[in-house]
Design a protein around this ligand. Sequence first.
Ligand SMILES: [Zn+2]
Ligand SMILES: [Zn+2]
Length: 293
Amino acid sequence: MSSHPPSSDPSIHRVPADARALAVELSRQATARPELRDIAAPYLALLSAQAPVEDTFSPPSLPEAEVRARLGRGIPALAPEDFRAAPQALRRLWEDVCAVAARHFPDLASPLEAIRQWPNGREDGLLPAAMYYLRGEADLLAENAGLDSSLFQFVLNNVLHPFLRRYASALAPLVDPETWYRPYCPVCGGEPDFAALAKPHGARRLLCSRCDFEWPYRRTSCPFCGNDNPETYPYVPSEDGIYRLYLCDRCRRYLKVIDLRELLEERLLPVERILTLPMDLAARQEGYGIRET
Ligand SMILES: [Zn+2]
Ligand SMILES: [Zn+2]
């Protein structure tokens, strides 16, 4: 494993924090700020369902030469068809995630029940669904099955997250984020759903929505469409100046960003992603981030 080049950001978590570490930090912040308790509760329950998976799952190793060759061509390390996980473990977590979500979001109980039952009688289990998800085509599956697409993807994201965090930890030593510099995750190909501006100069790193890997990317352009015109890619700062909501008027997507230069302590980005859910709501109310289907 090569050492970091001097220009790299030492605060980058090359290996994603696991579910237990995330739960400790989320719980610490929710205790310190009671207004965050309701936001944190469902995610604490999801993290505790995910933790046993991370304790036991070790991803099968991939041929190093092939992974390096892929990365060199701008292709993520993990190809969708290479994803492996024990079908029973996937199935168990599927049930758990649906149960936690139904308990915390009772309004969604009925569409969640349809999603919970979806794997019933499928001989091939959930592995093909994982591959659709990794190809960015989970919405097709949901539509074919008549399921609520965003809820289906929420369940898949939470079921696959612990497995993909372990893949990210295993593959991290092969990835040189400094030479990657693309808008999608070098480990799994996922889109970012959060970002941080790092000390001291505000270099931006993106957080993968699927596997929690972090990698640097241009600070001033939209990672979804490449728009780098500040007039059509403005941001709205939070009152305390810690967060920014970047809104792209070209592709109508948004990105939540934490400015770590405003803070003394380091923060775990996957926890910040949860604590800033009200920003997602605000962006969607303004018509950003709604996928065209
Ligand atoms: Zn990823
Ligand atoms: Zn854009």
